[in-house]
Design a binder for this molecule. Structure first.
Ligand code: ACO
Length: 352
């Protein structure tokens, strides 16, 4: 028999020391400025009735001025999560930052959080999975903690949409939906194998990448210099595009699939769910899922009515709010599920 590679031995050793992971701290931050549907109807041809009927949204928060950047909101949410986890900031071993609206084209906001929170020179990873970004980030954190590589991982989802929306009638199909805000979680080592994050499930289907996208500025089709050169008032390539009905149809199917996949992996049934936190894309999507799984109003948490769709921030904001309101108790089965641009989708099954 030849020599056994060292990497193989290290892998065996690591699998002997597998841990579980759990969320030990949660926080969220939204800007103070409330924008109602009536406020938007002064800027574009829309109405409170149309927006509420189609999406459930009554109001959202928008950043005013330039003090609340995507990073700054993420930092505010992170400070709360770190404090609630009962750890010192020097105990954070890794940062995962999910957003589609970064402060800079590069570098990503992960390193800005490392700087602005004054953390040790820990690694910082930026996640580009839009509405599924927080679930993807949580999954990364979960794996690092379970293998024993890190003890405490900071996961942030933050979005500043308002600055990049077409707030005219031309952009009304998209701009009424999105809001600004941030949520954060600390994922920490847990010794009890039956507690914490039981599993995560991630998917993508790039065939539909352009159905919900912002294609410029990008090196693929249109860079900033192209936009400036053309100086075309009808250019909408740098505003979000969404094929709403197509996205809606895919969302309800993929939400259902990925929730069932998570439950099946853990030998659980829909009736075992104590709290479902769906990504807040549209209240009608949440209601469809609620009905499909036979869940009561108390078993699904929605706050899209107050905050709109905050993309990567929506799940951590909703999870934090549900927890703050005492709607999530020790031992509860909490399910997170997301679907969005990419297309990407995912779920996390958590024993609280
Ligand atoms: N106010 C008034 N009328 C409007 C508005 C508005 N804000 N927006 C669109 N309309 C009009 C349209 O022009 C259209 O008029 P027409 O029939 O005369 O052409 C009509 O309303 C219907 O438009 P649709 O786009 O077909 O409206 P729909 O019923 O599909 O609702 C919505 C739009 C709410 C966006 C819905 O499609 C949706 O929620 N889709 C899924 C969103 C989602 O899940 N996104 C994923 C996450 S986001 C992310 O990952 C970044």
């Amino acid at each position: 028999m030849g020599l056994v590679p060292l990497a193989f031995l290290q892998r065996i050793k690591r699998s002997d020391t597998m841990y579980n992971s759990k969320i030990t701290g949660l926080g969220f931050y939204v800007p103070d400025h409330v924008v109602t549907n009536d406020d938007l109807s002064k800027l574009m041809d829309t109405s409170d009735e149309w927006i509420q009927e189609r999406t459930g949204i009554r109001e959202r928060r928008h950043v005013v001025g330039d003090s609340d950047t995507t990073t700054a909101m993420g930092v505010k949410a992170a400070r709360i999560a770190i404090e609630r986890a009962g750890i010192d900031k020097d105990e954070v071993d890794f940062i995962v930052f999910a957003t589609l609206s970064p402060d800079y084209y590069f570098p990503g906001p992960g390193v800005l959080v490392q700087r602005d929170l004054g953390l040790r020179t820990v690694g910082a990873l930026d996640v580009r999975n839009q509405c599924s970004g927080f679930v993807y980030g949580l999954s990364v954190a979960d794996q690092y903690v379970k293998t024993g590589m890190y003890k405490n991982v900071l996961v942030i989802g933050s979005e500043l949409h308002s600055r990049g929306l077409d707030r005219t009638t031309r952009g009304r199909g998209v701009s009424v939906i999105f809001g600004d805000g941030a949520g954060a979680a600390i994922v920490s080592r847990e010794e009890n194998p039956d507690k914490g994050i039981l599993s995560t499930h991630l998917h993508s289907e790039g065939e539909h990448a352009e159905e919900l996208s912002v294609i410029a500025p990008g090196m693929g089709k249109r860079w900033v210099t192209d936009i400036l050169r053309d100086n075309d008032p009808d250019d909408i390539s740098y505003y979000p595009y969404m094929n709403g009905q197509f996205v809606f149809k895919n969302a309800v199917v993929r939400f259902s699939e990925v929730i069932l996949e998570g439950l099946k992996t853990n030998n659980l049934q829909p009736s075992d769910i104590d709290m479902l936190i769906p990504h807040q894309a549209n209240l009608r999507i949440s209601q469809f899922i609620q009905k499909k799984f036979g869940l009561s109003d108390d078993q699904v948490y929605n706050n899209i009515m107050q905050y709109g769709n905050t993309t990567a921030a929506s799940i951590p904001i909703a999870l934090t709010e549900a927890w703050e309101k005492g709607k999530i108790k020790k031992g509860d089965l909490v399910v997170l599920a997301a679907f969005g641009s990419g297309f990407t989708w995912g779920s996390a099954i958590i024993r609280w």
